[in-house]
Design a protein around this ligand. Structure first.
Ligand code: MG
Length: 372
């Protein structure tokens, strides 16, 4: 990505030369301010992406870049209409953050992280971009990979699933073949043709499957019938079988099925988790729902304290947001961090996947560099 393609924020000046200045951890220079820029990026999808909510052929995300003292932090927002987010609403929040970053002390990242959360009601994708960029900057300036900053062992990253969106049986089988390197697949269901989809997958693979209904089943009885059948098809767990408003029904369902039920649309932030513990076995934490890395970490501790399983998920995202999530993945049980693998024009290089295993880089920060 070329620097000049970033929109220039109000009041910002030209980039400082990229001179590496040796510095002690935590030492700060006052009054320089952080320069915040952003760029709307069109991401082209390998296949039309269909889930229970709808279809898309491309995605528009917003890449954020913060710079101070010669270090550059990257962040990303993947706006999701499910949460009333658009590119416009996301950009509006990011623009509000420009003066905040100008006067902020980034080493006080807990305070700045809190100020980011207070920029707007909801709009967590925008907040995620800002918080990821902040934590990338902090850990680059500290000279440490983010996972090492947290004291995590990069060998403990989980296997990530590859997600298979809803499609015709022929295309689904093509996607399954393309996912040959992944030992576990995540299958999107929740429309009328669930049986057809699973049959198409099972015709070409014996791999363990995880299933995501994306709130697509509309009654607890329908969900119960579907899940019992899915268990017979080798499904390990099911994600968000019922709409997020149907907590009581989900609790009823959980008492009657033997595989874990994981919350996704029902959970955004840490404060949502306690009330879910009776109805769900686990939570799918996503940086875009949480509003960034700092809140995602609070969610992990909250879910663990309640004895819940933890999955780390994603939206359609570049290697920026995926690498950020992968950096905290040694803390979780399951990963579904394949959003960057569903696009053809990822502008960044970061975390890699081998036989499903997430491989973190040794680069400082979240471990990403722009592709030439
Ligand atoms: Mg999901």
């Amino acid at each position: 990505m070329k620097r000049r393609t970033f929109l220039k924020g109000a009041g910002s000046v030209a980039f400082a030369p990229m001179v590496f200045v040796p510095r002690l951890f935590g030492r700060t220079r006052r009054g320089t301010g952080m320069k915040l820029r952003y760029e709307v990026k069109r991401l082209d999808l390998k296949h039309t992406w269909t889930i229970a909510r709808g279809s898309s052929q491309f995605k528009q995300n917003v890449i954020v870049r913060v710079e101070k003292d010669g270090f550059v932090g990257y962040g990303e927002a993947a706006p999701n209409i499910r949460y009333n987010e658009t590119v416009e609403s996301t950009v509006a929040v990011i623009e509000k953050a420009i003066p905040l970053f100008e006067k902020a002390e980034p080493w006080h990242y807990v305070d700045l992280g809190q100020a980011i959360q207070e920029l707007a009601e909801e709009q967590t994708a925008a907040k995620a971009a800002l918080d990821i960029a902040l934590m990338d900057w902090v850990t680059k300036a500290a000279g440490l990979p983010f996972y090492r900053f947290l004291g995590l062992d990069k060998k403990k990253t989980p296997i990530t699933t590859m997600s298979i969106g809803i499609d015709t049986p022929e295309v689904i089988q093509q996607k399954v073949r393309e996912a040959a390197d992944f030992p576990v697949l995540k299958i999107k269901v929740g429309l009328k043709n669930d049986e057809e989809i699973i049959a198409a997958v099972r015709a070409v693979t014996e791999k363990p499957l995880r299933v995501d209904a994306n709130e697509g089943w509309k009654s607890k009885e329908e969900a119960l019938e579907k899940i019992r059948w899915l268990v017979s098809q080798g499904v390990e767990f099911v994600e968000q079988p019922l709409p997020s408003t149907m907590l009581e029904e989900t609790r009823w369902l959980r008492d009657r099925v033997e595989i874990p039920i994981i919350a996704d649309e029902s959970v955004k932030r840490a404060s949502d988790i306690p009330k879910l513990a009776e109805a769900f076995d686990g939570v799918n934490i996503k940086l875009m729902k949480a509003g960034g890395l700092q809140e995602a970490l609070r969610m992990i501790w909250m879910a663990r304290s309640l004895g819940m399983k933890i999955m780390l998920g994603c939206m359609i995202e570049t290697s920026v947001a995926i690498s950020a999530a992968a950096s905290i993945s040694p803390l979780v049980d399951f990963a579904d961090l394949d959003g960057n693998l569903l696009i053809t024009n990822d502008p960044f290089d970061g975390v890699k996947v081998r036989r499903g295993k997430l491989l973190l880089t040794d680069r400082p920060g979240i471990g990403v560099v722009p592709r030439a």
